[in-house]
Design a protein around this ligand. Structure first.
Ligand code: EPS
Length: 398
């Protein structure tokens, strides 16, 4: 069964829902494994007041028993604590008292850059709240829940995922030559999840300034995955190439506008000799097939397959489209020009985006692992992985 997940929930509705199907039985899983990931997404300097209201906690509704997955769909619920302030606005029942058919807090001064305008035209709505509640990046909480389980499965198979912020609002963070072995243990200690303390101080000043100006900021995070075996994904068809699948997953994160793997866009500006990674023998490195890329400019994929080197994916997020000093727009109720609505929001959510990108990478990689190794139980998946690794060893022993 292919691994898949679906999410449901509005930002100010009663709860967010996530259903993950196809996870093998026997993956050790505690609510805390998910809660820890949910909490990581809630961090980050530059978030607004909403994050002080919410303390995201998972409730398993199915698929987990006695600390292990059962192989059945894992249904999960995260309640919105802010719901109590929005229950009337978000009430599914018709509001008879609404004289003009519009609810309190309705939105007609649509925000440039947001889903507001295109959404109401496409779905034929008069209140952009019908669109923005689902377009809100609050939905990524549900993705984190599914991704957290994928991460546990990958960890059991020797694969580890971390991330750090490398750019914010025009300021680059220096990327150390060698990343810390436990990347998140270091990046999670930083309020911006960056490894460069000097850049961090300047980024914080930049965020404070943007806040004063009623403006917002974007940035770039880098996801790094270690321990992958060579050969996940495939060169054979367009939709089996792992790069393409990672790209789709990353670009589906709200406000994400660009994805690079390894050297990414820079490869276009360089010669072949400056781009391709030379290969050297490296006996004992089973997961790469007993070789080593002398450099890892490819970022861990060749021909749409993992090489076994670290997978390096950079993800670029545009500035959030809710500005406290709003941009010009059209009020769709009157057709007149207006200032866009200024809803409570964040100055930046780039640190959170990096954590979400980890979750999306976890889902894509767990899917690719299960495609290659199968297994209705984790033990079976592990056995099949071990047999593949043994074959990689055998090839060099000949
Ligand atoms: C968001 C606006 C803000 C963010 C929210 C995403 O929420 P609110 O409208 O309630 O102030 O805090 O992010 C989250 C709630 C979250 O959990 O990340 C938006 O419009 O996208």
């Amino acid at each position: 069964m292919p691994l898949r997940f679906t999410t449901a929930g509005e930002s100010h509705g009663p709860a967010l829902v996530s259903v993950l199907e196809g996870m093998p039985a026997g993956v050790p899983l505690l609510a805390n494994d998910v809660d820890t990931e949910l909490a990581r997404r809630q961090q980050g300097y530059g978030r607004g007041r909403r994050m002080q209201i919410e303390t995201d906690r998972i409730e398993f509704l199915s698929g987990v028993r006695a600390g292990e997955t059962l192989g059945s769909p894992v249904a999960m619920l995260v309640r919105n604590r802010d719901w109590k302030n929005w229950s009337e606005i978000m009430d599914p029942a018709p509001l008879a008292a609404d004289a003009d058919g519009l609810r309190k807090r309705h939105v007609t001064r649509v925000r440039p850059g947001h889903a507001d305008l295109t959404g109401i035209l496409k779905y034929d709505r008069s209140d952009a709240r019908d669109i923005l509640e689902r377009a809100s990046a609050r939905e990524t909480t549900s993705r984190m829940a599914a991704g957290a389980i994928c991460k546990v499965m990958l960890r059991e198979l020797g694969v580890h995922i971390g991330s750090h912020l490398v750019h914010l609002g025009g300021i680059d963070a220096a990327r150390p030559e060698t990343l810390p072995a436990d990347l998140n243990a270091v990046s999670d200690r930083s309020p911006l999840r960056t490894l460069d303390a000097a850049a961090e101080a300047r980024m914080i000043e930049r965020i404070d300034l943007a806040k004063k100006e009623g403006n917002t900021l974007g940035g770039i995070c880098e996801v790094v995955v270690t321990g992958l075996p060579v050969g996940l994904g495939s060169h054979v068809s367009w939709d089996t190439r792992l790069d393409g699948r990672l790209g789709q997953a990353m670009l589906s994160i709200p406000a994400v506008k660009g994805v690079e793997i390894g050297m990414g866009f820079e490869t276009a500006r360089r010669t072949g000799a400056e781009v391709h990674d030379e290969i050297a023998a490296a006996p004992g490195r089973t997961r790469t097939g007993h070789v080593q890329r002398v450099t890892n400019r490819a970022g861990g994929t060749e021909g749409g397959m993992t090489t076994g080197e670290a997978l390096v994916v950079r993800v670029a997020m545009k500035p959030i489209s809710t500005l406290m000093r709003p941009l010009g727009t059209v009020d769709v109720a009157t057709g007149q020009s207006a200032q866009a609505v200024a809803e409570r929001s964040d100055v930046t959510a780039v640190p959170a985006m990096g954590v979400i990108a980890e979750a999306m990478a976890a889902f894509v990689l767990a899917s690719a692992m299960l495609e290659k190794f199968g297994g209705d139980s984790l033990r079976e998946t592990q056995r099949n992985l071990d047999a593949y690794l043994a074959r990689l060893d055998e090839r060099v022993e000949r």
